[in-house]
Design a protein around this ligand. Structure first.
Ligand code: HEC
Length: 107
């Protein structure tokens, strides 16, 4: 009996997990590079926003990555909220930001 309950709990947890992940644009695959290529590169590699790895990121990073996350999620001057893709979850936008600043952060 006890074993059955555990199995049931597990199954419920798995279904709940599936439901939460399918609600986002990229399921549970938080590949910052893919997210960036699909949603951010058009501007950030196309001259409309600071380019990936550009030195301009250093001063922005000095504000703290939380500020960058908030700006990317809520929008900031020429930067549209979530890069203009309302389907992106907070975690997905953050993964895109991490990828965007990674070359500068690693220095
Ligand atoms: C429509 C063009 C466009 C798209 C798409 C876009 N950005 Fe931006 N982004 C900008 C511009 C322009 C700025 C510079 C804003 C400024 O400082 O005036 C910016 C700035 C930023 C900043 C710096 C904010 C700060 O506090 O200085 C982050 C972080 C950022 N973008 C992340 C992203 C991510 C992640 C994506 C994809 C999910 C994305 N952007 C998609 C145009 C875009």
């Amino acid at each position: 009996m006890r074993k059955r309950c555990t199995a049931l709990t597990l199954a419920t947890a798995m279904v709940a997990g599936l439901l939460t992940t399918t609600a986002t644009a990229y399921a549970d695959d938080l590949d910052g590079r893919q997210i960036y290529d699909d949603n951010c590169a058009s501007c950030h590699d196309g001259g409309r926003g600071p380019q990936r790895g550009a030195e301009r990121w250093q001063s922005r990073l000095d504000e703290g990555s939380e500020t960058l996350y908030t700006h990317a999620i809520e929008g900031f001057r020429g930067m549209p909220a979530r890069g203009g893709n309302e389907d992106l979850s907070d975690e997905e936008v953050k993964a895109g930001v991490d990828y965007l600043v990674a070359p500068v952060e690693d220095e």
